[in-house]
Design a protein around this ligand. Structure first.
Ligand code: KIV
Length: 300
């Protein structure tokens, strides 16, 4: 998947699947899946850091998580969110944030809304960085919107949504997230645009779907918006595993004989070999090497 495939998929009527991801081990699971692309969303502030909204995400937080995801899923197309206000303080600040996210391994950036920053979107695109727009419910404006509410519920609001979507397309966005808007409005906007739309709570008439990883694997119990389909029960599976482990430890059932080491000769031999081969290596280096040796022998 590269940036050109988004348009190709819309043109050919093939749906785009996107999932958020914030860390290395989850990225490895996504990497081995057939999901088309990854969003390192600013929802990371909520899912991974426990904040109540996305306003606490910063560029350095986004860059740290983007880099971890890029290491775990090196062959997936990664979009990283520009965080709250990072593109509202002027061009230099916006470009510094873009630079940090792209250097961390993103292939594109996403930003919310268009009023007052269409020029910045244009500049980012002209600088060779693909930009994904985001309209409808824009969580970085949660306080201005009076809460996390479905948007574009009136004809007038749908017209505004459509004209903002056109503006983002004209500014050069390659795709657009539509969050929490009525299905009919999302379908109309999708028809109006050449670029693809990726919906979350926007019904089936869009070009693709995005869900938050934790929500879709059932790792966010209690979060049950109408639009969400939960595909696994990860929270319960992990809880059961943790409780089984705890019970085994308390009952003396873990570790078993087959999970214990009884001979350390091969490890000792490796360490001996190291000290005889030179002997004047710095202590830190030689202990690092012997840890690597032990790690490679951990299965024996
Ligand atoms: O940050 C995020 O997870 C998002 C998605 C909800 C689209 O922007």
């Amino acid at each position: 998947m590269n940036v050109l495939d988004f348009q190709k998929m819309k043109d050919e009527g093939r749906k785009i699947s996107m999932v958020t991801c914030y860390d290395y081990s989850s990225a490895r699971a996504v990497a081995e899946s057939s999901i088309d692309c990854i969003l390192v969303g600013d929802s990371v502030a909520m899912t991974m850091h426990g904040f109540s909204n996305t306003l606490s995400a910063t560029t350095s937080m986004m860059a740290l998580h983007t880099a971890a995801v890029a290491r775990g899923a090196p062959s997936k197309f990664i979009v990283a969110d520009l965080p709250f206000l990072s593109y509202r303080k002027g061009l230099k600040e916006a470009m510094d944030s873009v630079h940090d996210l792209m250097s961390a391994g993103a292939h594109a950036v996403k930003l919310e809304g268009v009023h007052g920053h269409a020029e910045i979107v244009r500049h980012i695109v002209d600088s060779g960085v693909p930009v994904m727009g985001h309209l409808g419910l824009t969580p970085q404006s949660v306080h201005a919107l009076g809460g996390m509410k479905v948007q574009a519920r009136t004809n007038a609001a749908v017209k505004i949504l459509a004209s903002e979507a056109r503006e983002l397309e004209r500014a050069g966005c390659f795709a657009l997230v539509l969050e929490c808007v009525p299905a009919e409005a999302a379908k109309q906007v999708t028809k109006l645009l050449k670029i693809p739309t990726i919906g979350i709570g926007a019904g089936p008439g869009v070009s693709g779907q995005v869900l938050v990883y934790q929500d879709l694997i059932g790792f966010n119990p209690g979060f049950k918006p109408k639009f969400l389909r939960v595909y696994a029960n990860a929270f319960e599976i992990i809880q059961t595993a943790l409780n089984d482990y705890n019970n085994d430890v308390k009952a003396g059932l873990f570790p078993s004989e087959s999970e214990s080491y009884y001979e350390s000769r091969s490890v000792e031999r490796s360490v001996e070999k190291e000290s005889s081969s030179g002997g004047n290596a710095p202590v830190a280096e030689s202990s690092r090497v012997s840890r690597v040796t032990v790690a490679s022998e951990m299965n024996q």
